[in-house]
Design a protein around this ligand. Structure first.
Ligand code: FAD
Ligand code: PHB
Length: 391
């Protein structure tokens, strides 16, 4: 088999890139280790920046999102039970975010893939990259016990944090930067109405909590938890009790309890691998960088990466210029690091750090109080939260 771009991974980065290249008339094949049901079933992101909303529209995939998604023009911060609202639209000249689950985005991308000729090969085992330093790289994998080979001009590594593509960059070339946080997020999905029409990011002595949603009848809640904690120890009752304590009386009074149908613990990490290119391999999304979910940036960064990569690949295949490919890593990283900074900062502002002392806590409380009273501080928060422009 031969193609122009071999894309490894059919998460948001890989599938958006597949659609973008298809739209530009560039031939691509997406190789995915799991099946469609698995990729679509993972409960992950919930908040789309304008960049992501725009891309859905540009690909003519936005109809269901505009019908079912929820436009949020503000978000809330609770400090020890007292709420204040960040009016994102008023602070940014009209920007907003869209609450529409990653699962729904993936469904829309997969549904449109076959009719539009975006080729996806599922259950591709043992994907390996070869000759990425040369002008003729290739990818091998096994499917149904049979070895397969795909020759290509370029490989896009979109296989997430635990994928194989980043590891193909020689250790002496790849520089990594990392922060591992001493806590995780316990997430719950339940078919109950959300406690607020917007999100609530909650700083509490007992730890961070987040009230989010998927629809007017489906709530998504998170609690900061220890890394050694086990799902089995968190009954629904314990979860709701702890959530209500952290949210404070005002929001807790509006919480509707109900049986959860998904419960999981995710560790928090900041990570960047640079450069995002080696030879004919280009990394995008979680394969290159991870942010703690506090800023709701992970999937949106995957999207901004592939928008930039698709532009560079179009310049290369359609105009014969390598300038875009040469500039890709620096251009993508400039936006990535700003989102890393915001996600790290927002995590520090809202979480309880077991290794920090009373001084740190006082500083945190003072900063929250400052944000509550300062339009300048709120503008900074809002413009980062809705997403920085693509430059
Ligand atoms: P992935 O989604 O990880 O996709 C990679 C794909 O590659 C997978 O399908 C995988 O099966 C496949 N793969 C892996 N290895 C191989 C291999 N060897 N061969 C072939 N295929 C392979 N982001 C936001 O923007 N907003 C949010 O509100 C938000 N909330 C989050 C909440 C939680 C609890 C979590 C865990 C994440 C959240 N994120 C959020 C982050 C977001 O989900 C990720 O950043 C996003 O999924 C990254 O997309 P990706 O395509 O780069 O990687
Ligand atoms: C979510 O709804 O899953 C969600 C929302 C906001 C975040 C992280 C996750 O910051």
């Amino acid at each position: 088999m031969r193609t122009q771009v071999a894309i490894v991974g059919a998460g948001p980065a890989g599938l958006f890139l597949g659609h973008l290249l298809r739209q530009a008339g560039i031939d691509a094949v997406v190789l995915e280790r799991r099946d469609r049901a698995y990729v679509e079933g993972r409960v992950r992101a919930g908040v789309l920046e304008q960049v992501t909303v725009d891309l859905m529209d540009r690909l003519d995939l936005g109809r269901r999102m505009h019908r079912e998604g929820l436009v949020h023009t503000g978000t809330n911060i609770a400090a020890d039970g007292e709420l204040f609202r960040i009016d994102m639209a008023a602070l940014t000249g009209g920007a907003s975010v869209m609450v529409y689950g990653q699962q729904e985005v993936m469904k829309d991308l997969f549904d449109a893939a076959e009719p539009r000729g975006v080729k996806v090969i599922f259950d591709a085992e043992d994907v390996a990259l070869h000759d990425i330093d040369s002008a003729k790289p290739h990818v091998t994998w096994r499917k149904d016990g049979v070895e397969q080979r795909l020759d290509c001009d370029v490989i896009a590594g979109c296989d997430g944090f635990h994928g194989v593509t980043r590891a193909a960059i020689p250790a002496g070339v790849l520089k990594t930067f990392e922060r591992v946080y001493p806590f995780g997020w316990l997430g719950v999905l339940a078919d109950v109405p959300p406690c607020d029409h917007e999100l609530i990011y909650c700083n509490h002595e007992r730890g961070f909590a987040l009230a989010s949603m998927r629809s007017p009848t489906r709530s998504r809640y998170y609690l900061q938890c220890g890394l050694d904690e086990k799902i089995e120890d968190w009954s629904d009752d314990r979860f709701w009790d702890e959530l209500c304590l952290r949210l404070g009386d005002e929001a807790a009074g509006r919480v509707t309890r109900g049986p959860s149908f998904e419960k999981s613990i995710a560790p928090l990490r900041s990570f960047v691998g640079e450069p995002m290119r080696h030879g004919r391999l280009f990394l995008a999304g979680d394969a290159a960088h991870i942010v703690p979910p506090t800023g709701a940036k992970g999937m949106n960064l995957a999207v901004s990466d592939v928008v930039m990569l698709a532009e560079a690949l179009s310049e290369y295949f359609l105009d014969g210029s390598e300038a875009g490919l040469d500039g890709y890593s620096a251009r993508a990283l400039a936006r990535v690091w700003k989102a890393e900074r915001f996600s790290w900062w927002f995590t520090g502002l809202t979480h309880r750090f077991p290794d920090r002392d009373g001084f740190d806590r006082k500083i945190q409380v003072a900063e929250l109080d400052y944000i509550r009273g300062s339009r300048a501080a709120q503008v900074t928060l809002a413009e980062n939260y809705v997403g920085l422009p693509l430059v």
